[in-house]
Write a protein that binds this ligand. Structure first.
Ligand code: ADP
Ligand code: ZN
Length: 526
């Protein structure tokens, strides 16, 4: 007998009190009710628990939920208890007798859902006891952990497939239904999940990356500190998170806000456990409205009234970005996600990759993900559409509210400026950094310029109508657009890429939606 969606809907209404499923939830649940293995890719906050809990409640037998996050496990089980659902968990925080008691309840059919940490599956004792349970359905949470390409590989996830095989062998070949859920999966990771969890001909459903209440914006060329200070000043009555890449930036921003009289919190791995716990509490209970944090902040934070997430730096990849930005607006109210981009971020992230002990293959993979993140910062298309496509979601309609959808500026032809810059770099023999090139184009006669004879280059002073900062910004735009490269190391050098040669030869034009900061700024005569 197959279960119907209307039964599922009435369970949702009766048990959870929600009117209806979200669009992706009903697609996932529909497949599970037909007993088809399913992969659900859904951002944090998308509502994936419902996707396995509702089928669990409708089915005969037990649903095993494999979840790596012990604290979340307890929260989930407590939440289920408050809804009147019989559920339990087994993990390392319990003693053997407690675990034994839960298993005993499960054996007697008294539980609908049992949460276990993946490490359990490596224990012979658990596997034997599990055979006595009538496991109808296994939901694997954070399923990307099975893949080495995911950001959080855990060997114990590799024990899932053999465990399921053992169960099937014990039950004369009858295998439980399997579903894998994750918030972050690139195509490689998805492929790994299907293969390593041995999912059978699964349906893949990517959903929920479009959050109608979030307005995304990427800003390039802002003076970041000033922007952050003004931004927070205008929102002192709102709850917000500012993410920065380094502890130092967190400290700097935090003290800037505090000096400006704004009660702000800070959070990074360099603080003591006590201080971190204290900050987290203060934020959760609205004692402080704004917290400046590294990406260490937020795991398992479910605060619904976050009105903005400000990224002071570009994160290392889209997965991290979507997860962090997605902490805004969990309550469905209009919220903002603003990313302040500076080309320096590219160097910082490259440095992190280089510094890591990862294998070359892995590093190449990280670079690829970084590039997609950089492209997000420069794309003229709808930011939400870009995100959806990155994660493989099919329904793609421009969101109509992101910075790019609302951007009504015209494309400006900047070919001439680009040619001046490329030609100057060429004449300086591709050995200098951005600011030196800008100084020469500006027409500076500082010591370094003169000593190197750059004051007699034909390109010297060719862009004297612009400020040095405006010239530098333009160079950074050309770097990000793939005309120039910036070397690694402490003193990065700008070099020409083949596309720049095409521009110099007049074979290619360069267009830019010119941000106000980049519009020709004539320096005030002193
Ligand atoms: P995830 O596990 O994907 O991070 P959750 O399952 O915790 O997300 O759900 C996020 C929030 O959305 C929760 O507050 C949940 O109660 C709510 N939610 C989920 N599904 C629905 C629905 N169909 N209608 C209304 N609220 C929902
Ligand atoms: Zn948009």
């Amino acid at each position: 007998m197959t279960l119907t969606m209307s039964e599922a809907r009435s369970t949702l209404q009766k048990v959870y009190g929600y009117d209806d499923f979200r669009e992706g939830q009903s697609r996932i649940i529909n497949h599970l009710l037909q007993r088809k293995d399913t992969v659900g890719i859904m951002p944090t906050g998308g509502g994936k628990s419902i996707c396995y809990q509702v089928p669990a409640l409708l089915q005969h037998g037990l649903t095993l939920v494999i979840s790596p996050l012990i604290s979340l496990m307890k929260d989930q089980v407590d939440a289920l208890h408050s809804l009147g659902v019989r559920a339990g968990y087994i993990n390392s925080t319990q003693d053997a007798s407690e675990a034994g008691r839960i298993l005993y309840e499960a054996e007697r059919g008294q539980l609908k859902l049992l949460y276990v940490a993946p490490e359990r599956l490596e224990s012979e004792w658990f596997r034997e006891r599990a055979k006595q349970l009538r496991i109808a359905f296994i939901a694997v949470d954070e399923a990307h952990c099975v893949s080495q390409w995911g950001h959080d590989f855990r060997t114990s996830y590799r024990a899932i497939a053999p465990f399921v095989r053992e169960l099937a062998a014990h039950n004369y070949g009858e295998r439980p239904l399997l579903a894998a859920f994750t918030a972050t999966a690139t195509p490689e990771v998805t492929e790994d999940m299907i293969r390593l969890l041995e999912l059978q001909d699964p349906e893949l459903i990517v959903t929920g990356f479009k959050r109608d209440n979030l307005a995304f914006t990427v800003l390039r060329g802002e003076t970041r500190k000033d922007f952050a200070l003004n931004y927070v000043r205008q929102r002192t009555n709102m709850v917000g998170i500012i993410y920065a890449s380094t502890r130092k930036d967190v400290e700097d921003l935090h003290s800037m806000l505090v000096k400006a009289g704004i009660p702000a919190g800070r959070y990074h791995a360099g603080l003591s456990d006590d201080e971190r716990a204290h900050m987290q509490e203060a934020f959760l209970y609205d004692d402080i409205r704004v917290i400046v944090a590294t990406n260490a902040f937020g795991m398992g934070i479910d605060k619904s009234n976050v009105r903005y997430v400000l990224h002071y730096n570009m994160p290392k990849h889209m997965e991290a970005y979507v997860q962090e930005a997605g902490r805004a607006g969990r309550d469905g109210e209009a919220s903002e996600c603003v990313l302040l981009f500076h080309p320096q971020d590219i160097l910082t992230q490259k440095f992190f990759i280089e510094q890591s002990e990862a294998l070359p293959e892995r590093k190449a993979h990280e670079y690829k993900k970084l590039q997609s993140m950089i492209d997000f910062c420069y794309t003229p298309e709808c930011l939400v559409t870009y995100m959806q496509r990155y994660f493989g979601e099919i329904d793609q309609q421009p969101c109509g509210m992101c910075g790019n959808c609302k951007d009504e500026r015209e494309q400006v032809d900047i070919t001439l400026d680009a040619q001046k810059i490329f030609s100057c770099i060429y004449r300086m023999r591709e050995r200098w950094g951005v600011s030196m090139v800008a100084s020469v184009l500006k027409g500076s006669r500082n010591k370094k310029v003169v000593q190197n004879g750059f004051d007699i280059l034909p390109t010297h002073g060719m862009m004297r109508h612009l400020t040095e900062k405006a010239i530098s910004d333009l160079i950074y735009v050309l770097i990000a657009d793939g005309y120039l490269s910036l070397s690694e190391g402490q003193y990065p050098v700008v070099r020409l890429l083949p596309t720049a040669a095409d521009v110099l030869k007049g074979k290619q034009q360069v267009f830019q939606k010119v941000a106000n900061e980049l519009k020709p700024k004539v320096e005030a005569a002193v």
